[in-house]
Design a protein around this ligand. Sequence first.
Ligand SMILES: Nc1ncnc2c1ncn2[C@@H]1O[C@H](COP(=O)(O)OP(=O)(O)OP(=O)(O)O)[C@@H](O)[C@H]1O
Ligand SMILES: O=C(O)C1=C[C@@H](O)[C@@H](O)[C@H](O)C1
Ligand SMILES: [Mg+2]
Length: 173
Amino acid sequence: MRLYLIGMPGAGKTTLGRALATAYELPFRDLDEEITRREGRSIATIFAAEGEAYFREQEAATLRAVVQELPALVLATGGGTPCFHQNLDVLLGTGHTLYLEVPVAELVRRLQQAAASRPLLAPATDAAALTERLRETLAARQQFYSRAPLRCAATSCSVAAVQQLLSRYQTSS
Ligand SMILES: Nc1ncnc2c1ncn2[C@@H]1O[C@H](COP(=O)(O)OP(=O)(O)OP(=O)(O)O)[C@@H](O)[C@H]1O
Ligand SMILES: O=C(O)C1=C[C@@H](O)[C@@H](O)[C@H](O)C1
Ligand SMILES: [Mg+2]
């Protein structure tokens, strides 16, 4: 089984992804970490040195390489992954895609500390600016995230809840 987690920055893709991989005894990959490893530099450095378009190309290529390499895994994608280069079609066509749905106010709480090291959020320094930035980003991305056949809300996104969701989904499909 390939299980893909998608959602906004701070939604908990990496945190929950690792826990799900342990529960299912599957390898875990984090797409941001894979890109960092392939490139030998941080995401922030890639954005600063090469710009977003270059990052999106590397992201798309790395996604396809990971999918080809591993027939079974849990993959935490980057926040923007489903929104560029037909990546969502790759996800939908090769595994189960789960959208972690988290309200903007909760994302702000989680991200406020870390915003400076996240290139797309860095310009938003205070809570109001970060809220506005996340609102705009989510509005633009909703059309992609909402195509995931599986979704769970922030408050119910435990490993057990996802396992239940997935087993119901697998028996019905
Ligand atoms: N269920 C949760 N409840 C509260 N805090 C959480 C939860 N899941 C993750 N967090 C916290 O929120 C922050 C972001 O989590 P995480 O890095 O897993 O998100 P992400 O979706 O992988 O973000 P990114 O897209 O930036 O990689 C972390 O500080 C993490 O500890
Ligand atoms: O939301 C986004 O577009 C991003 C999220 C991160 O996971 C990284 O993939 C990168 O910082 C871009
Ligand atoms: Mg992450």
